[in-house]
Design a protein around this ligand. Sequence first.
Ligand code: C2E
Ligand code: MG
Ligand code: MG
Length: 850
Amino acid sequence: MLNNPAIFDTATPEQAIEFARLYQQAIASISQGILISGPDRLTLSVNAAFETMTGYSQIELAGQPCTVLQGPQTCAETIHRMRSALDAGQPFTGELLNYRKDGTTFWNALSVIPVFGSDALLTHFVGIQRDISDQRLAREQINRLSHFDGLTGLPNRTLLANRCSHDISMAQRDGRPMAMMMLGLDRFKIINDTLGHAVGDEVLKQFSQRISGALRDQDTVARVGGDEFVLVLPGNTPEGATHLAIKLLHLVAQPYRVNSMELNITTSIGVAIYPGDGQDFEALFKSAEVAMHQAKELGRGKYRFFSAEMFENTLAKVTMVAALRSAIAQDQLHLHYQPFVDLQTGQVGGMEALVRWSHPELGAVSPACFIPVAEQSGLIVEIGVWVLRQACRDMRDWMDQGIEVPQVSINVSPVQFRDSALLQQIEATLQEFSIEPHRICIEVTEGALMEDVTHSEMLLRSLKALGLKLALDDFGTGYSSLSYLKLFPFDKVKIDQSFVRDISKSSQDAVIAKVVIAMAHGLGLRVTAEGVETEVQCEFMRSNVCDEIQGFFFSRPLPKAEMEALLNADRRLPEHLMRVRVKTRTLLLVDDEPNVISALKRLLRPDGYRILTAGSAQEGLALLAQNPVDIIVSDQRMPGMTGVEFLRQAKNLYPDTIRIVLSGYTELQSVTDAINEGAVYRFLTKPWEDSQLRSFIEEAFVHKELADENRQLNLKIRTANQELASSNRQLQEVLDHKQQQIARGERSLNVVRNALQSLPMPVIGLDDEGLVAFVNRQAQSLFINNLGLLGSEIANSLPALHELLTITPEGKFGLTDINHQAYRVQWHSMGEQSTSSGKIVTLCLDEAFA
Ligand code: C2E
Ligand code: MG
Ligand code: MG
């Protein structure tokens, strides 16, 4: 009617006044805010809903410009659009951020309709306002959740795909280049698992801030996986991308400070260039991913461009498959064995069978090269059968010779894991060669397990039931946490050599290795350190209570005959590297005068010490390098090097030894200095008093043993503390996880509630006792007369609807009449997974009767 003010022209003045009153009443009762202005856009009147919505009253607005709700944050472009429409006499609709009288803002869904008189002249503007702040908020929340990563706030893969497609179309239009980079944090998972998720999350946040800070406005950075990020760089040439990759590698390799800890993490970067490496988002993404994996293979902290040569590799592989296929038949495969040593006893505790391929032209091909090819081509199944049979055949042979054969470990590839014949094959082979199952340990990598967790668990349990031992190989290179792996019945864990390699250089690797040992022990698993190449690494493993070591330090993988010799010779770890040392009191005497040495030996022999003797400092040092020594007694005046100098060196190299110097009074000054700096424990004067010397030495041994015991005790306490810390960490992780779940639950509840609120149809929620638990806005306005609907029993407040619900089956439609309008009513039960049995009821205007 408002659109037809012609009525005013034909009516009598009395009728016109009456109409005007009626309009006013109608407008006043409308729940949306209405503002009516003249053609000069000065306010004539507003209704009650407008007053409530904005805080302005009719009296203060009358005669004021109708732009009163606009403010600094109102979008200038929307205002401009509105003005142009209204200037052209067109209606306008749009969403604006408006200001209430108290300065607070709200989102206004505004429609302005120009009203014309019978002479086609503009007479009024009618503005209809709806506060849609809640809907906007819900919309924004849903938008955020579906387009951004919760932790870092960066776009997720969906948004990345959108932006990238847009950038590609711009690049195509302008003929400009573009680059995509994939950044993967190296070995991030293990940091997460050993140092805790809170630390991991913090690193990810700092990492994402660093890369975001290095990019231009037009670039996009997104988090596309737990530890993977993708950069889309419009306009970037390969040179530009190289420059940026180097800069990023440097930037992200700077230490991260988390809870007063300093962490070093590197990143591998794969680069793909549009359009050569991919014409659309998916293709570019794939290429960048391939390049990143290649970069990882180069070692940590490297970047690599995608290249056609990566495809050429595939071609080379095809040739290799053909050669490998004939390798078995032509007897080109054989086995090497690499022993593990038990750090407790120093003895060989087992050996790993490692396959070798000698190709007539290529020579020795590394398994690191051909195993992956064998896996891809499925040939690994055949190779696996060969390895198992050969290992059993060799064991049988050794046993028949009367050699004491320790456990033999056999690697099983993920592909063999999928083969249903595996279990039976192993069982049959063991029977054929009469090998007891406990003598064989099966090594699997995490990759094999994760492909199908349920199947893996079943298969491992069956292998276990056969009596075989099980080891988790290369731990730390995969993605699962140790606590998750306790699902599987492993006997031991092998720490991957990449962690062992840098133990003495990287405190972080050292912490990780220690925590893995403590956690594995906490789960009742034995721990083997792989790739131990030096005494320092071995010593680290010993002092951190690792159970076994494997690596070049003790022995390289050996051909069968050499392994046999090693077993026959009963080669062991040197005593000083074993976890429990055999206690012989060892004394080293150093003097250049042979008769002094003989006199001392004679004097001390009855005390039962193991006595080593040296005629010079150099000889003394050589003996120390080969023997564990408790006490050193050295003459002061010796040619070449004085006793004090020698003991200083001994202190630096073997700080746990007790050092005693024999000297005349004349050399007192230099000896006193040495005592003061701790290089010398005692000095004895020449000539000595027999009984005094003996009791001095006895006392020094007691002192040394006490100190040793203290060190051992310390070691045990540290292990216990580590275990405690690790279980605390696990507990904390569980708590954090629960809390996150609750927070997520709350968030999604809010979103759902907001979404339901703004649905354009009436929605009512009923709890399991038939009480009205939820009424959305549309329902509220539909049942406007039923004040107090919320919380009422539906049987009382809406009896007709209640009856309909009881006779209409779930999901079917029922018809009802509300305010003389036909509505289709449908209900569904709520909470499939919960115990609640409430109903959600939706009403829909039945178009057929509308
Ligand atoms: P793996 O099972 O982790 O075996 C340990 C690898 O580390 C072996 O490499 C071994 O030679 C090497 N290694 C041992 N000690 C040291 C050390 O101190 N320093 C260094 N740098 N390396 C050390 P290899 O023999 O080249 O085998 C590589 C991988 O190939 C094995 O890793 C295993 O995953 C796979 N493989 C070997 N033989 C077989 C087999 O019979 N079947 C299957 N499915 N896989 C096998
Ligand atoms: Mg292995
Ligand atoms: Mg390994």
